[in-house]
Design a protein around this ligand. Structure first.
Ligand code: C5P
Length: 214
Protein backbone atom coordinates (compact mmCIF):
# COMPACT_ATOMS: atom_id res chain seq x y z
CA UNK A 1 0.00 0.00 0.00
CA UNK A 2 1.21 3.55 -0.67
CA UNK A 3 2.70 5.52 2.21
CA UNK A 4 0.19 7.12 4.57
CA UNK A 5 0.52 10.88 4.12
CA UNK A 6 -0.86 13.52 6.45
CA UNK A 7 -0.69 17.00 4.90
CA UNK A 8 -0.65 19.94 7.32
CA UNK A 9 -0.77 23.47 5.92
CA UNK A 10 -1.32 26.90 7.39
CA UNK A 11 0.18 30.32 8.04
CA UNK A 12 3.16 31.23 10.22
CA UNK A 13 2.91 30.44 13.95
CA UNK A 14 -0.47 28.73 13.59
CA UNK A 15 0.70 25.72 15.60
CA UNK A 16 1.09 23.43 12.60
CA UNK A 17 4.68 22.45 13.44
CA UNK A 18 3.86 21.43 17.01
CA UNK A 19 0.82 19.49 15.82
CA UNK A 20 2.71 17.79 12.99
CA UNK A 21 5.51 16.58 15.25
CA UNK A 22 2.99 15.13 17.69
CA UNK A 23 1.02 13.42 14.93
CA UNK A 24 4.19 11.90 13.48
CA UNK A 25 5.21 10.50 16.89
CA UNK A 26 1.70 9.21 17.62
CA UNK A 27 1.19 7.40 14.30
CA UNK A 28 4.83 6.35 13.89
CA UNK A 29 5.36 8.44 10.75
CA UNK A 30 8.31 10.43 9.43
CA UNK A 31 8.09 14.21 9.69
CA UNK A 32 9.17 16.84 7.17
CA UNK A 33 9.02 20.55 8.02
CA UNK A 34 9.01 21.87 4.45
CA UNK A 35 9.35 25.48 5.63
CA UNK A 36 12.85 24.46 6.73
CA UNK A 37 13.78 23.89 3.08
CA UNK A 38 12.65 27.39 2.05
CA UNK A 39 14.28 28.84 5.16
CA UNK A 40 17.44 26.92 4.26
CA UNK A 41 17.56 28.44 0.79
CA UNK A 42 16.78 31.87 2.26
CA UNK A 43 19.57 31.45 4.79
CA UNK A 44 22.07 30.41 2.11
CA UNK A 45 21.18 33.55 0.12
CA UNK A 46 21.64 35.85 3.14
CA UNK A 47 24.86 34.15 4.23
CA UNK A 48 26.31 34.72 0.74
CA UNK A 49 25.03 38.29 0.78
CA UNK A 50 22.82 37.61 -2.21
CA UNK A 51 19.42 39.25 -2.67
CA UNK A 52 16.79 36.51 -2.06
CA UNK A 53 14.58 38.09 -4.75
CA UNK A 54 17.15 37.39 -7.49
CA UNK A 55 15.70 34.44 -9.29
CA UNK A 56 18.86 33.06 -10.93
CA UNK A 57 20.83 33.04 -7.69
CA UNK A 58 17.89 31.66 -5.72
CA UNK A 59 17.31 28.88 -8.23
CA UNK A 60 20.99 27.90 -8.13
CA UNK A 61 20.90 27.88 -4.32
CA UNK A 62 17.74 25.74 -4.30
CA UNK A 63 19.15 23.22 -6.78
CA UNK A 64 22.38 22.85 -4.82
CA UNK A 65 20.71 22.89 -1.42
CA UNK A 66 21.41 20.14 1.08
CA UNK A 67 20.29 19.94 4.71
CA UNK A 68 23.98 19.70 5.69
CA UNK A 69 24.35 23.33 4.55
CA UNK A 70 22.23 24.50 7.48
CA UNK A 71 23.35 21.99 10.13
CA UNK A 72 24.57 24.76 12.46
CA UNK A 73 22.58 27.67 11.06
CA UNK A 74 19.94 29.62 12.99
CA UNK A 75 17.10 29.51 10.49
CA UNK A 76 14.35 30.46 12.98
CA UNK A 77 14.86 34.21 12.78
CA UNK A 78 12.51 36.81 11.27
CA UNK A 79 15.14 37.74 8.65
CA UNK A 80 15.41 34.17 7.45
CA UNK A 81 11.60 33.84 7.47
CA UNK A 82 11.35 36.89 5.22
CA UNK A 83 14.07 35.61 2.87
CA UNK A 84 12.32 32.21 2.78
CA UNK A 85 9.06 33.74 1.63
CA UNK A 86 10.92 35.83 -0.95
CA UNK A 87 12.60 32.80 -2.51
CA UNK A 88 9.31 30.87 -2.18
CA UNK A 89 7.47 33.05 -4.72
CA UNK A 90 9.89 31.96 -7.45
CA UNK A 91 8.67 29.00 -9.53
CA UNK A 92 12.16 27.54 -10.25
CA UNK A 93 12.92 27.51 -6.52
CA UNK A 94 9.64 25.72 -5.79
CA UNK A 95 10.30 23.21 -8.57
CA UNK A 96 13.74 22.37 -7.16
CA UNK A 97 12.36 21.83 -3.64
CA UNK A 98 9.30 19.93 -4.88
CA UNK A 99 11.46 17.02 -6.01
CA UNK A 100 12.89 16.60 -2.52
CA UNK A 101 9.46 16.78 -0.86
CA UNK A 102 7.81 14.31 -3.26
CA UNK A 103 10.64 11.84 -2.79
CA UNK A 104 10.34 12.09 0.97
CA UNK A 105 6.59 11.43 0.76
CA UNK A 106 6.96 8.54 -1.70
CA UNK A 107 9.68 6.79 0.33
CA UNK A 108 9.69 7.99 3.95
CA UNK A 109 13.06 7.45 5.69
CA UNK A 110 13.81 4.56 8.07
CA UNK A 111 11.24 2.33 6.41
CA UNK A 112 8.39 4.19 8.13
CA UNK A 113 4.91 3.56 6.71
CA UNK A 114 4.17 7.18 5.94
CA UNK A 115 4.91 10.80 6.69
CA UNK A 116 3.52 14.04 8.02
CA UNK A 117 4.54 17.02 5.88
CA UNK A 118 3.83 20.57 6.98
CA UNK A 119 3.99 23.73 4.91
CA UNK A 120 1.79 25.95 2.76
CA UNK A 121 1.04 23.87 -0.33
CA UNK A 122 1.25 20.25 0.83
CA UNK A 123 -2.45 19.48 0.36
CA UNK A 124 -2.77 21.48 -2.85
CA UNK A 125 0.50 20.79 -4.72
CA UNK A 126 3.04 18.52 -3.02
CA UNK A 127 0.71 15.69 -1.96
CA UNK A 128 -2.71 16.39 -3.52
CA UNK A 129 -3.73 12.74 -3.01
CA UNK A 130 -3.03 12.68 0.73
CA UNK A 131 -5.93 10.94 2.53
CA UNK A 132 -5.75 13.43 5.38
CA UNK A 133 -5.36 17.18 4.92
CA UNK A 134 -5.43 19.65 7.78
CA UNK A 135 -5.29 23.42 7.50
CA UNK A 136 -4.23 24.93 10.80
CA UNK A 137 -4.87 28.61 11.34
CA UNK A 138 -5.49 31.24 14.04
CA UNK A 139 -6.14 34.96 14.34
CA UNK A 140 -3.17 37.01 13.17
CA UNK A 141 -2.67 38.78 16.51
CA UNK A 142 -2.69 35.50 18.40
CA UNK A 143 -0.14 33.99 16.00
CA UNK A 144 2.05 37.08 16.28
CA UNK A 145 1.87 36.84 20.05
CA UNK A 146 2.96 33.20 20.00
CA UNK A 147 5.87 33.97 17.68
CA UNK A 148 6.89 36.99 19.75
CA UNK A 149 6.90 34.91 22.96
CA UNK A 150 9.08 32.29 21.25
CA UNK A 151 11.54 34.92 20.06
CA UNK A 152 11.62 36.60 23.48
CA UNK A 153 12.33 33.27 25.18
CA UNK A 154 15.37 32.86 22.95
CA UNK A 155 16.65 36.40 23.05
CA UNK A 156 15.20 39.02 25.38
CA UNK A 157 16.49 41.85 23.19
CA UNK A 158 14.31 40.59 20.36
CA UNK A 159 11.90 42.58 18.30
CA UNK A 160 8.88 44.45 19.57
CA UNK A 161 5.48 42.80 19.31
CA UNK A 162 4.50 45.36 16.66
CA UNK A 163 7.45 44.35 14.50
CA UNK A 164 6.63 40.67 14.76
CA UNK A 165 2.98 41.35 13.90
CA UNK A 166 3.95 43.42 10.87
CA UNK A 167 6.38 40.72 9.75
CA UNK A 168 3.74 38.01 9.95
CA UNK A 169 1.18 40.14 8.09
CA UNK A 170 3.63 40.76 5.25
CA UNK A 171 4.68 37.14 5.03
CA UNK A 172 1.06 35.87 5.05
CA UNK A 173 0.16 38.33 2.30
CA UNK A 174 3.14 37.28 0.18
CA UNK A 175 2.50 33.54 0.77
CA UNK A 176 -1.25 33.77 0.05
CA UNK A 177 -0.93 36.24 -2.82
CA UNK A 178 1.77 34.59 -4.90
CA UNK A 179 0.92 33.08 -8.23
CA UNK A 180 2.66 29.72 -7.83
CA UNK A 181 1.31 27.37 -5.15
CA UNK A 182 -0.25 30.07 -2.95
CA UNK A 183 -1.01 29.25 0.67
CA UNK A 184 -4.62 28.09 0.82
CA UNK A 185 -6.66 25.19 2.20
CA UNK A 186 -7.21 22.33 -0.24
CA UNK A 187 -10.88 21.82 -1.14
CA UNK A 188 -10.91 18.65 0.98
CA UNK A 189 -8.92 20.02 3.95
CA UNK A 190 -10.27 20.13 7.50
CA UNK A 191 -9.76 23.58 8.97
CA UNK A 192 -8.57 23.73 12.56
CA UNK A 193 -8.71 27.20 14.08
CA UNK A 194 -6.32 27.21 17.04
CA UNK A 195 -7.08 30.76 18.23
CA UNK A 196 -8.62 29.60 21.51
CA UNK A 197 -7.12 26.10 21.69
CA UNK A 198 -4.03 24.92 23.54
CA UNK A 199 -1.70 22.36 21.93
CA UNK A 200 -3.42 19.38 23.63
CA UNK A 201 -6.81 20.52 22.36
CA UNK A 202 -5.46 20.98 18.84
CA UNK A 203 -3.97 17.49 18.95
CA UNK A 204 -7.24 15.98 20.21
CA UNK A 205 -9.23 17.69 17.44
CA UNK A 206 -6.79 16.49 14.80
CA UNK A 207 -6.94 12.90 16.09
CA UNK A 208 -10.74 12.92 15.87
CA UNK A 209 -10.62 14.15 12.28
CA UNK A 210 -7.89 11.74 11.23
CA UNK A 211 -9.47 8.67 12.83
CA UNK A 212 -12.66 9.46 10.96
CA UNK A 213 -10.72 9.39 7.66
CA UNK A 214 -8.43 6.41 8.06
O1 C5P B 1 6.68 27.38 7.90
P1 C5P B 1 7.78 28.44 7.89
O2 C5P B 1 7.36 29.71 8.54
O3 C5P B 1 9.07 27.91 8.42
O4 C5P B 1 8.02 28.73 6.32
C1 C5P B 1 8.87 29.75 5.90
C2 C5P B 1 8.41 30.26 4.53
O5 C5P B 1 8.64 29.25 3.55
C3 C5P B 1 6.92 30.57 4.42
O6 C5P B 1 6.62 31.90 4.80
C4 C5P B 1 6.65 30.35 2.92
O7 C5P B 1 6.96 31.51 2.17
C5 C5P B 1 7.64 29.28 2.55
N1 C5P B 1 7.01 27.97 2.40
C6 C5P B 1 6.34 27.69 1.23
N2 C5P B 1 5.82 26.46 1.02
C7 C5P B 1 5.91 25.51 1.96
C8 C5P B 1 6.56 25.79 3.20
C9 C5P B 1 7.10 27.04 3.39
O8 C5P B 1 6.24 28.55 0.37
N3 C5P B 1 5.41 24.29 1.72
Amino acid sequence: SPPLIIAVDGPAASGKGTLSRRLAAYYGLAYLDTGMLYRGVGWVMLSRQLDPRRVDDAEAAARAFSLDDIADADIRTPDVGRAASQVAVQPPVRAALLTYQRRFAAAPPNGLRGAVLDGRDIGTVVCPDAPVKLYVTADTEVRAHRRWSELMARDARSLSFENVLEDIRRRDARDAGREEAPMRPAADAVIIDTTTLDPDEVFARALREIDRRL
